[in-house]
Structures are given as structure tokens and as C-alpha cells.
Design a protein around this ligand. Sequence first.
Ligand code: HEC
Length: 276
Amino acid sequence: MKNTLLALVGAGLLFGTVAANATPEQDRQNLIKYFTTKYPDVKLDKYVFGALAFDPDSMAQYNSIMDFPPFSTVVDQGQKMWETPFKNGKTYASCFPNGGKNVAGNYPYFDDKAGKVVTFEMAINTCRTANGETPYKLADVATMGTLTSYARTLSDGMLMNIKVNGPAAEAAYAVGKAQFYERHGQLGFSCASCHVYNAGNRLRSELLSPAIGQSTHWPVFRGGETLVTLQNRYVGCQKMIRAVPFAVGSEEYNDLEYFHSYISNGLALKASVFRK
Ligand code: HEC
């Protein structure tokens, strides 16, 4: 494993560097240009399928599994949670514009008053506490994960629409971007080593997905049954490179998610999908 990883780091070094002072929009455009130049046959709207976009066999498997998803009972359970009134009689729908439809693509956003990035999961917890309920643990798949496996489907088809306005938001975005490009762990990897410079290449048996599109389809069900949220996946990738992961819901991960979601702006959301 270690040798393959080191070879990949070497390959990553051959490619261009990142402009530290580019605007978010320049970052997004640069990434699109990088990927579409390298893979002219993969259409931009296919990036939401991650590594599957580079492998017709896996894509066919995905399509047949998504016809009858083995995890649909979990999403149904999430729907029940979403629709069950709080003790005060109100529901989650009352906390979001449009009853929670087509909202997830606006998250994370930068809350100027609070001075921090707010994720969809945090907004759900704010809804709970505002209605006299206890907040869920952000990393708990049985509660928050299951609830969002349905709540996020209400935004299926919405285009990712992250905004970075003003110096404080820009600073949070810059922290997230640095997280993505800085090398971590004993093996000296950055997220970009695998998901920019080596996207479309294989790491052992796994094709590496490109950074754009990665934030559009959460949670996923790995192997068709294990629910994994986006920030749970960050933990998994950090462990893979033997870095000490941050906590789900930490400011570090929220800023990372902010950057990571921005670069998928314009791509269509679809929650609760199959992944290997
Ligand atoms: C050593 C290579 C490596 C590094 C470094 C790495 N990952 Fe991954 N990552 C993988 C592999 C392998 C997968 C599973 C195949 C795939 O979808 O890319 C994966 C999957 C993902 C996925 C899920 C994609 C999907 O569509 O299901 C996300 C999101 C992700 N990584 C984010 C990150 C972030 C953020 C970082 C930095 C904290 C990171 N990764 C660092 C190897 C890596």
C-alpha cells in the first residue's frame, strides 16, 4: 500500500500548483478546466457520479442497483422521522423555506452573525432545539444520517449553489481550501493528491473520483447498505492516509465542506445513492 501511495504523491507533484489567492470562482473554473482537458470524453454533469463516470461497468452496476435500492427502507425511515411532529406539534418542514424542498444546495453557507460556516445538519439541529428537542449527534448515522438520507432527497435535482460573500466568508473558504491542498498524515498526502492530480487513476483496485461533483450526493450507501455521510467520508479518507481525523461537525471539516461544495456549484444534487 505504502509504495503505491508514494508513487501517487510523486505523480501529483508533476502537475501544476494551486493559486493561493484565486477567487472561489477562479478555483472552480480552474478545476473544471483541469479535469475536462485531461478527460475530454467525460461530460461535466457526469462528475456527480464520481469514479463511476470513468468506468462504464461500474456505472451499469450503479444504474441497476438504483432501480431497486437495497437501502430504500432506511430512506423511508428517514421520511418518517422528517414527517413526525415534534412534541410541540411542529415539523422540520416549518424550519426551512419551501418546506425543505430545494434547500440543501444552499448549504453549507457562511453565517455572518455567527461568524462561521453552517452545514445542513447544523440547521436541522437548530430546528430541533428551536422546537424544544435535543440536538442529534452530527456523526450519528442512526439519527442524523438516517434523517438526512430522506431530507436531502427533497433537494434532488437542485443545482449546488454555494455563496462566498465578504471577507469572513472568504477566510473560511480559504481555510477549507488549504485543508484540501495541504499534505497531512504520515504519508504526506493532500486530498488533492488523490482527488485532483490522480482522479481517474486507480489506487489499488479503486478508481479515484474527481474533487468536483464529490459533495453532491450524500449520504451514500456503501455496498448498498452502510450509510456514510460526507463528513464521515472525510474521516475515512484521513484515516486512509494515516492522518488524525477531525471530528464530524468540527469547524475544520465545516470549512473543508464549504470549499468542497463550492467547487461543485452548478452540478445537480441527488441524495442517497449507491457506492462501492
Ligand atoms: C490516498 C488517496 C486518497 C486521499 C489522500 C483522499 N482520498 Fe478520498 N477517496 C479515496 C478513495 C480510494 C475513495 C473511494 C473511491 C472514490 O470514490 O474516489 C475516496 C472517496 C472519497 C469521497 C467519496 C466520493 C464518492 O463519490 O463517493 C470523498 C467525498 C472523498 N474521498 C473526499 C476526500 C477528502 C476531502 C480528502 C482529504 C481530506 C480525501 N478524500 C483524501 C482516496 C483518497
